[in-house]
Design a protein. Structure first.
Length: 367
């Protein structure tokens, strides 16, 4: 019996020593920056702030690429189990494209590389994934938008359908789906919701048109045709609604057009070129609180910022895989706090920046 006890004690000491060694290794792994996983203390230090005119500035915040950055940190015991049994399979971004934010603070990202839609809820530390409608999986989800009730709209360019989900991710309907499963749209890409007017705008890239629908999916009208003149399009892709105005990326005319809600031409800016100030392959589109227009250019691999008249104010980013750099940037979204979300497609991540607007004059400034 004494021999058995001695053997047990030796075995127990061995297990304790093994667990201690594993804990030491895991503590080192947890402390080391991983570049694309958790946010690290020195992430923001790697990207210098961009100081702009009038007290404005742009700061890098963080990069997001995986479900692991949303959920709570795993316990030490779970990490030990991972080393023995193998790590769990976490969802990662493959080719993020479109971005939207809802009133709950969730970041909603379309990803045709999966194909799926990622829903990142940092406040509740939850991750969800949408994979399509009832009996109809996504083929190529591209545009994503939300309405005032946090319903989620996803355009699928491969199916020619706009999927509608409620705020809990349950499929409600499929807009444009015809008998036999085909879509009414040829290639729907950019979408935007005008909650005030209760309208949904869909850019049909191959038809060179913008469709206006009510929120049930009934077509109210369309505008645009292929051409170079004001109000005409050549492969329109992205749409943004701001007040009474509708802004459209007119991709192969290398410009951004501003229209009324009903499609009447207001103004445009942009021309083909390989330098900042011109547009080469415009993709994402967003507006900040000052009304400045942000355009992600997939081939220049930068985000350019213009005023309403189209004058270049500044730009940020360059080609590369480092923090603050882009490879094929696509979708853009800006929240009410002027946080800028950029889909960095080939780097398989979302990058977040903070724009600080010009300080407001004090009451006693006399201005």
């Amino acid at each position: 019996m004494s021999s058995d006890r001695k053997t047990f004690r030796v075995a127990l000491r061995g297990v304790v020593a093994l667990l201690a060694a594993l804990a030491a290794v895991l503590s080192q792994v947890s402390a080391s920056p991983d570049g694309i996983g958790r946010k690290t203390d020195n992430q923001t230090d790697q990207v210098p702030a961009l100081i702009l005119d009038g007290g404005r500035r742009l700061d890098f915040v963080r990069a997001i690429s995986s479900e692991t950055q949303v959920k709570p940190k795993r316990s030490m015991w779970n990490k030990i189990v991972d080393l023995v049994a193998g790590p769990p399979q976490f969802h990662r971004m493959v080719r993020p494209y479109g971005i939207a934010l809802d009133s709950l603070g969730r970041v909603i990202v379309s990803d045709p590389g999966v194909p799926a839609v990622h829903i990142l809820d940092f406040e509740k530390q939850k991750y969800e994934q949408l994979n399509g409608g009832k009996g109809q999986p996504f083929r190529s989800p591209m545009g994503v938008a939300v309405d005032a009730q946090d319903n989620i709209y996803v355009s699928d360019s491969g199916l020619g359908i706009v999927f509608v989900f409620d705020s809990k991710g349950r499929h409600k309907s499929s807009i444009g789906k015809l008998q036999g499963g085909a879509g009414f749209f040829q290639r729907p890409t950019g979408i935007a919701v005008d909650s005030a007017a209760k309208r949904l705008y869909v850019a049909d890239t191959l038809r060179h048109k913008i469709y206006a629908l009510d929120l049930t999916g009934r077509v109210l009208g369309s505008f645009g045709e292929r051409g170079l003149r004001p109000g005409q399009f050549n492969f329109p892709t992205e749409i943004v609604v701001r007040g009474e105005k509708l802004l459209v990326v007119d991709a192969m005319n290398f410009r951004v057009q501003t229209l009324t809600r009903d499609g009447a031409f207001v103004r445009s800016f942009g021309s083909l070129g390989e330098r900042t100030g011109s547009l080469f392959r415009p993709k994402g589109l967003a507006l900040d609180s000052e009304g400045n227009i942000y355009v992600a250019d997939a081939l220049l691999e930068t985000v350019q910022v213009f005023n309403e008249e189209g004058r270049l104010l500044y730009f940020f980013g360059r080609s590369g895989a480092g923090l603050g750099e882009f490879q094929l940037p696509s979708g853009l979204c800006i929240d009410p706090r002027n946080r800028i979300y950029v889909a960095d497609s080939l780097n398989q991540r979302i990058q977040i920046f903070q724009f600080t607007s010009a300080p407001r004059p004090g009451r006693g400034s006399g201005r």
